[in-house]
Design a protein around this ligand. Structure first.
Ligand code: CTP
Ligand code: MG
Length: 562
């Protein structure tokens, strides 16, 4: 099977290159792979520090359209040199709002621009100051500068399924589809900057009370697995300094009575009110306090982001750092995770609403675990063994226990990653992933990214993924038996589909690739037509697993009934 996959990729690549002249796509894709493999490692902390500092030097200005660029820049250069300008749009119900993000060279530039800002003359305006502004018409008609650098216009919109199909139609192999998907849908420069500026807006509003507080983005906005329209997960951290022996001046402060959960909830209530009533652009605030981690949800109309704010502990940020570190270890991790997440969304395995289904985060952990199992990326234990003093990551868990979940965060210093050389193509990795979980015994085994091995399930949850940082917790606790079964069936279908598509490489029409994988799912939704289709296939895998699948699903149902 391995050889078949190699050969199919080879023939698609060479066969098609002979017929068409899409050399440039291939060269570009190869460049991406080489660049990503040779690129030196930048640690998560370095990225966080650089992005936060960049956000402090930036302002966002609503404009009439992109032609306002010269006028706006001529005006802003009065406050200081400008490094970059980016144009983006946000579609609201009836209108399309247009914005230019200006990154000054120094923080004094953005500070002066904000200091010089004014509030509108309307009477019912709350005079809040922030880095979100709008550019009013120049009545004096000042002279425009002619030495203005061009505006960066980088689409912040996710391509539609139709656009992606068009993009894939020019690719030469399944692996290329995977790289194209990643390159076209991953969170871009403007999306990342908007996320850090939005976090800073909230942080600035709370700084007066909590001088050293931080509002940090986490989750897919920064863990390398974010796509263009992903939500913005934010954590409010008091960042209090403790045990500084040298200081004799102590702050008077309020004492907290009652449990920490109640306080956390009350504080979040207050933060929700600040967001709703004071912060420009923020609306539709909702309080979700019944969840294990209480959150506030809101929409930011000026950055176009859906945001979730929580304030319990920093474990979400540490988790993002862990995922970021795994993603940086091998260039194939991101295209592979993007493909699995995209496939799962298109076949409705994941769902944007919270519930009993598998989430993008869980799918990511499944992919990472499989790569550990294949010895392509290191385990968390390996990273923890090499941790330095500065890698300590302390947080208080749900039982108020202090946990150090530290791990080595600078991959340049990882001496013995305990991985093995592996040259699998992306298609081979995808196929192995689907195949691995097709035959995985979810009834008995849990997945541990700490050891990179299967462990017996401590309790009967249908899907058990050990939380790598809080080992007593199951990340996938909410997943129902029905959804777990559905997922396993879809893994099998996908493995069959990839294997069957190898047989079609000599056909004239394109019967392989990501679009084909998804379309086949839609065509094969009905189990009967699936059997009919599979009957024509010579694959023993298809037939064998189709029937074991039906039997196992039945037996799981029987166990449940008992
Ligand atoms: N998280 C966690 N434990 C969980 C669920 C979430 O630590 N049981 C953390 C992870 O760091 C995760 C982040 O919270 O990345 C945000 O969760 P979520 O928004 O569900 O996932 P994302 O990774 O952000 O993916 P998506 O693009 O779907 O938002
Ligand atoms: Mg998220």
């Amino acid at each position: 099977r391995q050889i078949c996959l190699h050969m199919s990729e080879y023939f698609k690549l060479n066969g098609r290159m002979g017929r068409t002249s899409s050399y440039s796509t291939i060269e570009k894709i190869n460049d991406i792979a080489v660049n990503q493999n040779t690129k030196s490692f930048t640690s998560f902390d370095q990225v966080l520090i650089r992005r936060r500092e960049e956000a402090r030097r930036s302002i966002i200005v609503q404009v009439k359209d992109e032609k306002s660029h010269t006028d706006l820049l001529t005006y802003c250069l009065n406050f200081g040199d400008v490094n970059n300008t980016y144009y983006y749009t946000v579609d609201n119900d009836e209108s399309r709002k247009k914005f230019i993000l200006i990154e000054f060279a120094n923080i004094s530039g953005s500070e002066k621009a904000i200091f010089n800002g004014q509030h509108s003359e309307l009477e019912n305006i709350l005079p809040v100051t922030s880095s979100f502004l709008w550019f009013r018409t120049d009545k004096k008609k000042s002279k425009l500068r002619t030495d203005i650098a061009p505006l960066n216009i980088d689409s912040n919109d996710l391509p539609s399924s139709y656009e992606l199909d068009q993009i894939f139609s020019n690719s030469n192999s399944f692996s290329d589809d995977m790289i194209l998907l990643y390159e076209r849908t991953k969170l871009g420069e403007i999306g990342t900057r908007l996320r850090f500026i939005t976090a800073l807006q909230l942080e600035a509003s709370l700084k007066g009370l909590f001088h050293s507080c931080q509002v940090l983005p986490f989750g897919s906005s920064i863990n390398s697995f974010g796509k263009k329209n992903c939500d913005l997960d934010l954590i409010f951290d008091f960042n209090e300094k403790k045990n500084i022996d040298s200081s004799r001046l102590m702050f008077h402060s309020k004492t907290l009575a009652g449990t920490s959960k109640i306080h956390n909830q009350r504080h979040l209530e207050t933060i929700a009110d600040i967001i709703q009533y004071f912060l420009p652009g923020c609306c539709n605030t909702r309080r979700i306090f019944k969840a294990r981690v209480p959150i506030i949800k809101f929409k930011h109309e000026l950055s176009g982001l859906e945001c979730d704010v929580s304030s319990t502990n920093l474990s979400g940020v540490y988790m993002s750092e862990l995922l970021y570190t795994f993603a940086a270890y091998d260039w194939r991790v991101c295209p592979l995770v993007f493909t699995v997440r995209y496939w799962a969304k298109e076949i409705n395995l994941t769902n944007p609403a919270p519930g009993k289904w598998i989430t993008n985060f869980m799918l990511t952990l499944l992919v990472l675990f499989h790569l550990q199992y294949e010895k392509i990326i290191p385990t968390l234990q390996t990273l923890s063994k090499s941790k330095r003093e500065k890698d300590k990551k302390i947080f208080i868990d749900n039982d108020y226990k202090m946990i150090d979940c530290g791990f080595l965060t600078d991959l340049n210093l990882l001496k013995d990653p305990e991985t093995e050389p592996n040259n699998d193509t992306l298609l081979e990795l995808l196929f192995k992933f689907f195949e691995f979980y097709s035959t995985f015994d979810f009834r008995l085994n849990a997945i541990s990214l700490n050891s990179g091995t299967l462990i017996p399930k401590p309790v009967y949850d249908p899907l058990y993924i050990v939380n790598p940082l809080e080992k007593g917790l199951n990340v996938s606790k909410n997943v129902s038996q029905e959804e777990c079964n559905k997922m396993r069936i879809q893994f099998r279908n996908a493995a069959w589909n990839i294997e069957c598509s190898i047989n079609s490489i000599n056909g004239t029409s394109k019967k392989w690739g990501l679009s084909h994988l998804i379309q086949s799912h839609i065509l094969n939704k009905d189990g009967f037509s699936k059997v009919q289709n599979m009957k024509g296939s010579s694959s023993t895998f298809v037939v064998k697993h189709l029937f074991t699948n039906v039997e196992e699903t039945d037996s799981v149902k029987k166990t449940e009934n008992v």
